[in-house]
Each structure stands twice: as structure tokens, then as C-alpha cells.
Ligand binder design. Sequence first.
Ligand code: HEC
Ligand code: HEC
Length: 441
Amino acid sequence: MLRGFSNKRNHLVARTLRNAAEQDVCPKAYIGQSQRCERVAKPTSNNEIPQGLAYENWLSFCMTAGIHVAEMRFNKPISNANEIGGGHRENRGPHMMRKVSVASILALVSSQAIARDDLMMSARQIFRPIPKVLPAIRDNPVTPEKVELGKKLFFDPRISVSGIISCNTCHNLGTGGVDAGPTSVGHGWQKGPRRAPTVYNSVFNVAQFWDGRAPDLKAQAKGPVQASAEMNATPDHVTKTLNSMDDYVGMFKQAFPRDTPSVSFDNFAKAIEAFESTLTTPAAPFDQYLNGNASALNDQQKAGLKLFMDKGCSSCHRGINIGGQDYFPFGVVGKPDAKLLPTADKGRFVVTNAVGDEYVFRVAPLRNVALRAPYFHSGQVWSLEEAVGIMGEVQLGTKLDDKERSDIAAFLNALTGHLPNIEYPMLPTRTNETPPPSLGR
Ligand code: HEC
Ligand code: HEC
């Protein structure tokens, strides 16, 4: 065990290394200017560590700390990192460490040397712009017919038992894809325990919900319909409602021509997933920057980006969605206030039942984050600067000063992209067969 470092902390570093290896990037660039390495590596007397030395010290830290994941990754040349695959923390024993080859270390150091000099280059190793083409979806080819149908379903409150609540009630596309908060209010004025996450760009997340319990959007879409505190309906209510309106039946036939019947709860979810896959927000200033336009970010935003990488935020918030890829404790170094982290909600523990997953949540994706206060799964923090400060303290053990907080917030503002132009859809007219709204149970 390393002095001053908790197991959680080691775990964090291990995750970072693994992520870096998976993405085939130098871990040092990956965690910015390696704030963590420098803390761990003994600084020289003048407190400056030559980059290469810091890197090696850092590598030996990983070895002494017994971070097997890291060494497991690095025992192959980095160019093969993608083949190593898998996501398990395996303990393969110290003999594996010796296999770290000199060639792979050199490869890492040289790629890091390039990254060191160039903010844009380092950023490109960690983040990805939102693709201009819409993403493909597993087991659900996206067609214009499905998207059009899914959009109507997203806005149709008659899916809910009360006839009042649509997906858009809690994921309002006009307010960043979220509701007013702090946590969602659903059927019968019931207050749910968590903040609504945004539906914009959710297609890029590794799994859905704060705890990642739904593998994809089609699985996700079935949840809120049936949740008693959300739409309080049943699959039966949904298909009955849809079958009662010929226009819907016709649209399902066009969207799912090979299925009999084409109206089903599964296809309802697939249509919504297809629509949600179109809710991407490309061309944020940060995307333009990643695509090579150096003036797309102003100086303060660049300073914020640099801090975001140097301080270590980007070890968790990375990739296309600047998050949404990994799971970490909310409170790696310090425990957040009980108001922010209510003890009853144990996060991912409920999904995996693994003790290490208590109070673990999916790293929040930060695209368009400036549009959707309040923050965190508990929705208790209304200012972005404050949220940034809290993250510094509880995830990294760093107290950010006012300027650092506002620089990082300025960078986060550059993550606001072009939101799609959404025309409110006209919905099929009810018939005598359409179940009437019910406000009771
Ligand atoms: C009553 C409010 C409410 C309604 C209605 C609602 N949601 Fe949600 N939605 C939430 C909350 C709260 C969460 C987070 C729950 C959690 O993490 O346990 C969520 C999570 C999601 C997510 C996951 C996003 C992410 O980043 O993980 C998606 C996608 C989503 N909802 C889509 C929908 C769709 C589609 C509908 C309509 C069928 C819908 N929601 C109806 C409140 C609502
Ligand atoms: C160890 C991983 C980790 C690090 C490091 C980290 N975060 Fe986070 N971040 C998370 C997780 C997990 C959440 C979700 C917390 C929750 O609400 O349960 C989150 C949430 C957030 C949110 C709230 C977003 C929302 O939609 O509510 C912001 C803003 C944020 N982080 C910014 C930062 C900044 C800025 C830094 C660096 C100072 C940082 N994070 C460092 C893991 C991390």
C-alpha cells in the first residue's frame, strides 16, 4: 500500500491507465500533465521533474503499488493495446510486471513528448468530437420511419396512465433534455430519488442511467413507462393506447414492416431509441477545436481545458461525451455532503451487488452541461462553478481557487453544441377505444 494513497485512489489510477491503454494513448498525456504521477514520484529538490523522469517514476509507482491492470496492459506493445480488451481488474501477480518492455515505454514517452507541447494534440488523445454522421445502433437499424414514429411517442403524454406525462416532461428538449429538478416529479406528484439525466447524446454513453443499469436506449425506454413514480403504465396500456389510433398502427407498420404485430412494446422502445439516436449535438466550440480550429476556444476556455486535463478531471470525463464511459465512486478522495450523496442511494451497488460498487456512479457526461443545472444525481447544486469545485475536492483531493473554477466552467460552456431543430409533432387523435386518463393508481 502506498503512503497517503487509499485503495480507492490506487483503483482510480489503475482505471486511468487501463482506459489509456484501451484507447491506445500515452497514459501520461491521458491524465493531462500527470498531476498524480508528479505527486507520487518524489520531486527533485527544486520541485521540478523532468518529464521523462517523472514518467518513469510514475511507472515504477504503478509497479510498487501493484497495479496489475496497468502492467497487464503494458506487457504488450502499446500498438496492440486494443487487442488486450476486457475490463476486469485482474490480479495476475508480480511476475507480469517484468514484462513491461523497454520498447513500449519508449513508445509511450515519445508520444507524450509530442502531446506535452500542444494543448490541441493532448486534447485529441483524450476527447473525440461528436461525429457528424448519426451513430448506428445495435439490433435496430435506424430508418426515417422509425425516427418519425419515435419522436411522436417521445412527445405523447397518453403513454402515461395519467395522460399528462410524456418523456418530454422530464427530458424537455427545450431545456437541455432535462426537467427543472432537483429530482424528477412523476405520476401523482411523486418525487423520484434522482435527477433526470439528459437524453441529448445519450446514445454515446456506455450504458444508461446514473448507475448504468440499462445496457442501451431500447432497454432504457421500457423503464420509465412502467415506473410507478414516472409514467405508471404497463406494456399493455401502451399497446392498447397505440392500437386504438389507426394512424399509430399505420406508422408502426411502416417502421416495422416485417413484424407481426408491428405494434408491440419492444417496437415502441426501438422507435424511441431510433429517435433518441438523432439527438446528438455536434459542432460545439470544443468540437471545432478538436477538429483543428485553434480559435474556436477563447483564452479562458483554453486555460480551463488545460486545467481540466492537468488536474485530472479528464481521467474520468473523457471520450465523445466527456464522460458516460466509466463508473467511479462519487467521492474518491473525500465523501460528499449527505445532501449531495444521500445514503439511501447506493448507486451501482444495486446493479452489481459488489461491495466495491457502493456509491459508485457512471461518470456524468458533460456535453451541454451548462444548459442543465442542477447538478449531480441528487440535483442539489445549482452553479456549475460550485459543481466543479466539489469535483476537485471529492474526486481529486484538490482545492480549486476561484479563477480555476471559473476557467474550467468556461471550458465546460464550450461543450454546448448545436441542438437539433425539433418541430413539435402533431399526434394521432384519440378514439373511443383509447384508454381515458386516470389520475389514481
Ligand atoms: C417522471 C420523469 C421521467 C419520465 C416521464 C421519463 N424519464 Fe427518463 N429519466 C428520468 C430519471 C429520473 C432518470 C434517471 C434515473 C436513474 O438513473 O435511476 C431517467 C433516465 C433516462 C435516460 C438515461 C439517460 C442517461 O444518460 O443515462 C434516458 C435515455 C431516458 N430517461 C429516456 C426517457 C424516455 C424515452 C422516456 C419516455 C418513455 C422517459 N425517459 C421518461 C426521469 C423521467
Ligand atoms: C474519479 C472520477 C472523476 C473525476 C476525477 C472527476 N469527476 Fe466529475 N463526475 C464523476 C462522477 C462519477 C460524476 C457523477 C456524480 C454523481 O452525481 O453521482 C461526476 C459528475 C460531474 C459533474 C456533474 C454533471 C451533471 O450532469 O450533473 C460535473 C460538472 C463534473 N463531474 C465535473 C468535473 C470536473 C470539473 C472535474 C475535475 C475538477 C471532475 N469532474 C473530476 C467522476 C469524476
